[in-house]
Design a protein around this ligand. Structure first.
Ligand code: ATR
Length: 272
């Protein structure tokens, strides 16, 4: 159910997503059915953008109301923003931009989208130690979110340099992927943030030496395929599983709120 063009008129608010590549993104499938369901006169379209500067000019001309930001622009949009949240500043990454009183405000819904599925366990203090696999853009939001909630994080990554940088900013420790087995039984949460396991590579895994005890929460950020080898192994061990489409959906709901001022309609099952 994509937005129907015959319903667009001069009052339609334009939203979108900028990135390169961008046409594969699931975000239109979250936002357009959401607008439709609450009868909000808006449309959400992908913009293939190379020049962020040129896009901001276009955004002024078209009076674009807000947009999502994906690779490679999450950092480069920031000089154009009048206001940023604490999370954008910490993580150095902005994935949501809204026009507020003729100014562009940048937020990071990946941060809160990541936290949403584990908020209960965090609230009860059940997560004290976490392993985060990866040290790229996605890992930055995850590690900062956990650090800000008092969780002790160990970052496992292929490149020690990337791991070291993120670890020193967030007072975390770091290690190699090969040493994953050293952390068996020592953490309540394992988050997989690398692209390993995505698409055709679905039968690969980053930390094959890590053994789940069954007590961990296994949190995967890859959403295609829905079941990665990492999740499969965790499930077989009896772990609680959080799949990649959950964070995607949660961060999308928060974006929808930032865009429209309304909660995402709970009865919608977005096809992502
Ligand atoms: P994202 O924004 O999705 O996090 P990214 O910033 O490019 O993307 O980060 C990719 C992460 O996946 C990094 O941690 C990367 O490891 P390096 O820091 O060593 O580059 C990790 N990664 C990508 N391909 C990998 C592979 N084949 N094996 C292990 N780690 C991989």
């Amino acid at each position: 159910t994509l937005y129907r063009a015959d319903k667009l008129d001069e009052k339609t608010h334009i939203f979108g997503i900028i990135g390169n590549p961008v046409y594969h993104t699931a975000s239109p499938k979250i936002h357009n059915p959401g607008f439709e369901a609450i009868r909000y006169n808006a449309v959400y379209v992908p913009f293939l953008v190379d020049s962020v500067r040129a896009f901001f000019k276009l955004a002024e001309m078209l009076q674009i109301h807000g947009f999502s930001v994906t690779v490679p622009h999450k950092r480069s949009v920031q000089p154009y923003l009048g206001r940023i949240t604490r999370e954008v500043k910490q993580i150095g990454s902005c994935n949501t931009v809204v026009r507020i009183q003729n100014m562009w405000k940048g937020t990071n819904t990946d941060y809160y989208g990541f936290l949403a599925p584990i908020s209960e366990q965090l609230g009860k203090g059940e997560i004290k130690n976490a392993l985060v696999v990866g040290a790229g853009g996605a890992a930055r939001a995850v590690v900062w979110a956990l650090h800000n909630h008092g969780v002790k994080v160990t970052i496992l990554n292929r490149s020690m340099e990337h791991a070291r940088t993120l670890a020193s900013e967030t007072m975390s420790t770091f290690d190699t992927l090969e040493n994953a087995h050293l952390y068996n039984g020592n953490c309540e949460l394992v988050v997989q943030t690398t692209s390993v396991g995505m698409g055709n590579l679905g039968n690969e895994e980053c930390i094959p030496s890590f053994n789940f005890t069954g007590k961990e929460i296994a949190y995967e950020l890859v959403y295609n395929p829905k079941e990665t080898l990492f999740l499969k192994r965790a499930m077989e061990a009896g772990c609680t599983i959080i799949g990649g489409s959950q964070m995607l959906m949660e961060q999308g709901k928060l974006q929808f709120e930032a865009f429209t001022g309304y909660h995402y309609p709970h009865w919608i099952q977005a096809d992502i």
